[in-house]
Design a protein around this ligand. Structure first.
Ligand code: SF4
Length: 439
């Protein structure tokens, strides 16, 4: 069997794409290897959401040059967002690269690789409308253990054009998968031992809107709740403007929908939200937070924040801090604004100096760290239902699982707990995890 090594940068969508790539290549006799030096084929699935992520791709490709020199038969391919954005330019910039494939072409990968191998040519293919079922990941294989949890892509692309974001440019317009396909994929997964599914899309809240006669996302959740064996449902990501009352009402009412929502706010300043093209205000966002908590008091809420967007003043940043203090998030993913080519924001005036971005980010993260830790400390002494996902990162002697609110819990226990949901008493809180013991 030939060996393929896959490196993945970026978000859960990319991780899911890499899993699909591994499955596709397996049916062409390629086995995944962790050892890059043993690979006949190296694929890099890239991210361009921030400059840093893009730089990682180039630095990895630079390091692969030596391997290519010592093994001329090796094929190196790049997919994902950088590939979509750069296309042929990537081949020009990286002379030892063989293949560039776009975000909607992963099902054509075996043919593209074969062409490169047969013709000893270098190839760049990035068309956005390949006329093939790129939305359909490979079906789950009956009898094949998929793991305790599995992500399921329900839609691709995005129509929102937030001023700072490359996703609509590199992933194309929003397209939903037929709900029947999603239901049947999740049914097969659950029948084969998957206990938790994560529904993936750039904006799952607008699921179905671009497909005539399709059900809403809330209705999809109601259909999924009936699947036998499916204990937990999660989803990401949600755009606040599309978070409907129907969807808010699902929390606390659908028994297997976990009590956690990731609701990116990006800024607490209406002036900046307008410039970002986000189509909501801090007031409407906060209103939705209140409604979510009224319907489901134990709901964990996390968010994304960008600091230092062009033109962000001290007063704008203070409004963001004020919103964060008001909401009291369970956790935040916060970033310094990063200028991305071809996005509207890349032409905006008044860039915030790097050191000021860093100062704001540090202030925000220091505050959030305290809030997250105090929320975790409030859980000490409580008993949580934990779905066991695997062994702990720190010591393989402990199990690692998650609460329904998506908190990581490490605890010791017998060897047969994988995939089971067990009661765990929380004994010690840390910022990133909890430590407990079986009840
Ligand atoms: S909603 Fe905005 S931030 Fe999210 S993927 Fe679409 S354009 Fe990007």
């Amino acid at each position: 069997m030939r060996q393929v090594h896959i490196t993945t940068f970026g978000c859960q969508m990319n991780e899911k794409d890499s899993q699909t790539i591994a499955r596709i290549m397996a049916s062409y006799d390629y086995q995944v290897t962790e050892k890059v030096e043993q690979a006949d084929l190296i694929l890099v699935n890239t991210c361009s959401i921030r400059q840093k992520a893009e730089e990682k791709t180039y630095s990895l490709l630079g390091r692969l040059k030596q391997l290519k020199n010592s093994n001329p038969g090796l094929i190196i391919g790049v997919g994902g967002c950088v590939a979509q954005q750069e296309g042929k330019r990537l081949l020009e910039r990286v002379p030892h690269l063989d293949l560039v494939f776009g975000t909607r072409l992963i099902h054509q990968l075996p043919d593209l690789i074969e062409k490169v191998r047969r013709e000893r040519s270098r190839l760049s293919r990035t068309e956005m409308d390949p006329g093939e079922p790129y939305l359909n990941p490979l079906p789950a294989v009956p009898g094949f253990f998929q793991g305790v949890k599995a992500s399921v892509t329900i839609m691709q692309g995005c129509n929102n054009y937030c001023a700072y974001c490359v996703v609509p440019l590199v992933r194309g317009p929003e397209e939903s998968r037929p709900s029947q396909d999603i239901l049947s994929e999740v049914k097969t997964l659950a029948a084969n031992g998957v206990r938790e599914t994560l529904l993936l899309g750039q904006n799952v809240n607008s699921f179905g809107q671009n497909r005539m006669g399709e059900i809403s996302f809330a209705l999809l959740l109601h259909r999924l709740k009936k699947i036998p064996g499916l204990e937990r449902i999660r989803f990401t990501t949600s755009h606040p403007k599309d978070l409907s009352a129907e969807l808010i009402n699902c929390f606390g009412r659908i028994a297997n929908l976990c009590e956690h929502i990731h609701l990116p706010v990006q800024s607490g300043s209406n002036r900046i939200l307008r410039k970002m093209n986000r189509y909501y205000t801090r007031e409407t966002y906060l209103e939705k937070i209140v409604q979510l908590r009224e319907g489901c008091p134990g709901l964990a809420i996390t968010s994304d924040v960008i600091v230092g967007f062009p033109g962000e003043t001290d007063a704008d940043f203070e409004e963001t801090m004020d919103l964060i203090r008001t909401v009291q998030y369970d956790d935040l993913f916060s970033f310094k604004y990063s200028n991305r080519p071809k996005t509207p924001a890349s032409n905006f005036p008044d860039p915030v100096p790097e050191e000021e971005k860093s100062r704001r980010l540090n202030e925000l993260q220091a505050y959030q760290k305290k809030v997250t830790l105090s929320k975790h400390q409030a859980m000490e002494g409580t008993v949580q239902q934990v779905l066991v996902e695997g062994t702990s990162k720190k010591t393989t002697q402990d199990w690692m699982g998650r609460t329904r609110t998506n908190k990581i819990v490490n605890f010791p226990g017998p060897s047969d707990l994988l995939g089971k949901t067990v009661p765990v008493r929380i004994e010690k809180a840390y910022v990133h995890s909890l430590k407990g013991s079986l009840e």
